[in-house]
Write a protein that binds this ligand. Sequence first.
Ligand code: UT7
Length: 360
Amino acid sequence: MRATDNGTRAVLAGCGVAVPPLRVDNQMLARVMDTSDQWIQERSGIVSRYYVEPGVGSAELGVEAARGALTDAAVDSSEIDYVVCATMTPNHYFPGGGTLIQHGLGLRPVPALDIRQQCAGFAYGMQVVDALIRSGIATTVLLVGTDVHTSLMPFTKRTWDVLLGVEESPLEPEELEWNSRFRHLCVLFGDAAGAMVFRAEADSERGILGARLFGQGEEKEILFVPGGGSACRPWVDERMIRDGGTVPIMDGRKVFKLAVTRMPKVTTELLAENDLALDDVDVLIMHQANLRINEAAQKVLGLPDEKVHNNIQKYGNTTSATLPLCFYEAREAGKAPEGSLVAFAALGAGLHWGAVLLRL
Ligand code: UT7
């Protein structure tokens, strides 16, 4: 038992997901940038991803996932007494997604918190939920992870039309060259949301057992958006957009190396902190940034395939939505039955990384 432990745990009551209807495969992306299905699959494992229609933001996707989680939990929306929203792509500069989701679900005016730890956002969110519930501040918490990456893609209407097959004539070389500048990023990401409802349970063996999280700002430069923030005046201007300054900068190799070493390390440390071992884990849900990262991390940990679940092939990297979306599918596949121990691990921009243990 932890020193602050009063026996109350944040127990998972339900999980829901939202995946937009528009499936985009690698060949469709190859119409608008210098890439290929072979390159994308070999380097990342990704086969497809899903995009929202214009006008659908992360809050709308979040509401849909939250509805699914409430139904799965058989919890009435009036019971929710706290909302935590993890997103790096809020509908607006401000306010964040928390109150938009609260309103979209028709909840009473409960506290609504936004957190933005990018790919580690949902893991951070679980620690926040755990603290809210164990402290007695909240009893039934909705945690949403939602991201719409298409809003970050620097594509013209014509690029979108060619990508989607609405327009058949090929792009001009300049437009192809512009899009190809961002090919290492654009091929990786997809839109989605995932949500979980947690409930306070007294003297429970189930629930969030612990979290081990880290933040290290000195690594900011390897994955960040330079333009469109308060360090710029105005926060966005035409030149910034023309130069691609509102598109993320990513040093993929560095992120790759950090993820491969840090996700297994923090998972092992967290298990030890909780007097548990790798053998006790029923399923490991890792952030889905690259299948090669997860294969390497699995090898470091020595876990068999049936104890790891990956779904990046279908969805790409969905940032804050990834952990609940991957958990949801692992549970559907029968890998996470009641009583099982789920380990979550993630690493992303900030730099933020960490692991969480959840007993179902
Ligand atoms: O959630 C956290 C977010 N991000 C990550 O975790 C990303 C982690 N990193 C990665 O997933 C990989 O580093 C990438 C998939 C981004 C890139 O794979 P890589 O094996 O590290 O390739 P690279 O960046 O070293 O690039 C190799 C070549 C380069 O060409 P040259 O310089 O050898 O001529 C790239 O320009 O591949 C080229 N390239 C592409 N080619 C076709 C980069 N992106 C593409 C592309 N299609 N989409």
